[in-house]
Ligand binder design. Structure first.
Ligand code: ATP
Ligand code: ZN
Length: 286
């Protein structure tokens, strides 16, 4: 029997779509039917286990799954022995302390002697201990943001992304306890064959990630601007330049960083560039 790497993915929730999207971008094809708990890829030795996100660190630590995609928040909270292989750049959020908007908050010490509702008792307990604050932790599994309104706790510690849920519950973000994003974790004792498959998978993930913040750029320019234009575009290595059919003009191909992109475009136009095309890149192998 050929070796297959078992990847645990959240069955349905905020991580699911981006996790599967990443797998697809890695060129891995599979069939997902809604009610199946497992599924095998057609063109890569990988099998998916669809689980609740809370169970993923434990299953990976036990070896029921070989690797898993989970939020750092859940991984840190569960404190299961597994290796963090790669940060994946999606599902970014933070675990924060929030208090009613009328609460006058002057640092975490303001919570001394009060009660805090959270689904992350371990992370919160360590944070309070680090800051030498004694507070009562109320563990609840969902809808933490309503706790202050129903008199269950004076403050909360919960996941925040935009902050709109806090605002609509009359709360304000007071302190960030942990920054989080999706991560790829692996069992500590993978055999050599599984390690080899994981290495291939990481290679593909890196190629996808490297491409994400880059754009392929094509443009035409009058030959006399060549030096100026090249100086604006460092590119992956040196840009390709080809003569155009019209005398005195060339075309340039290069790769630019997404975040520098608008600034560069303006400068290129000033330097005489025309017909600028900016194209997404699927993968980059460096
Ligand atoms: P499950 O049913 O699998 O237990 P859940 O309800 O516990 O799911 P989700 O709400 O789907 O969990 O969130 C899964 C993960 O997505 C969180 O642990 C966190 O890492 C991330 N996440 C949570 N909220 C946000 C957000 N607002 N924006 C981006 N990522 C988030
Ligand atoms: Zn969960």
């Amino acid at each position: 029997m050929t070796t297959v790497l078992r990847l645990a993915i959240q069955k349905s929730g905020r991580l699911s779509e981006d996790s599967l999207q990443l797998i697809k971008e890695c060129g891995i094809d599979y069939n997902k039917s809604d009610n199946k708990l497992t599924s095998k890829a057609f063109n890569f030795p990988i099998e998916f286990l669809f689980l609740r996100d809370d169970d993923i660190p434990g299953y990976v630590a036990d070896g029921v799954a070989d690797i898993g995609i989970v939020g750092e928040n859940v991984f840190v909270e569960k404190a299961q022995p597994a290796e963090v292989v790669e940060k994946l750049g999606f599902s970014k959020c933070r675990l924060s302390i929030a208090v009613p908007k009328t609460f006058s908050y002057n640092g975490i010490k303001s919570l001394h002697g009060l009660s805090i509702a959270t689904s992350y008792p371990n992370i919160l307990a360590s944070y309070l201990a680090e800051n030498e604050v004694k507070a009562e932790i109320h563990e609840i599994s969902g809808s933490v943001e309503i706790a202050p309104n129903i008199g269950l706790a004076e403050a909360i510690c919960d996941l925040v992304s935009s902050g709109s849920t806090l605002i609509s519950n009359g709360l304000k973000e007071a302190d960030v306890v942990l920054q989080s994003q999706a991560i790829l974790i692996a069992n500590n004792n993978l055999n050599l064959e599984k390690k080899k498959i994981l290495k291939d998978l990481i290679f593909r993930i890196k190629a996808v990630q490297q491409a994400k913040n880059k754009k392929y750029i094509l443009l035409n320019f009058p030959n006399e601007s060549q030096e100026k234009i090249i100086s604006l575009l460092p590119g992956v290595k040196s840009p390709s330049i080809m003569p155009l059919a019209s005398e005195g003009w060339s075309s340039l191909h290069s790769v630019v960083n997404e975040n520098e992109f608008w600034e560069v475009i303006e400068k290129l136009k000033e330097a005489g560039a025309e017909g600028i095309l900016v194209i997404p890149i699927e993968k980059i192998i460096l």
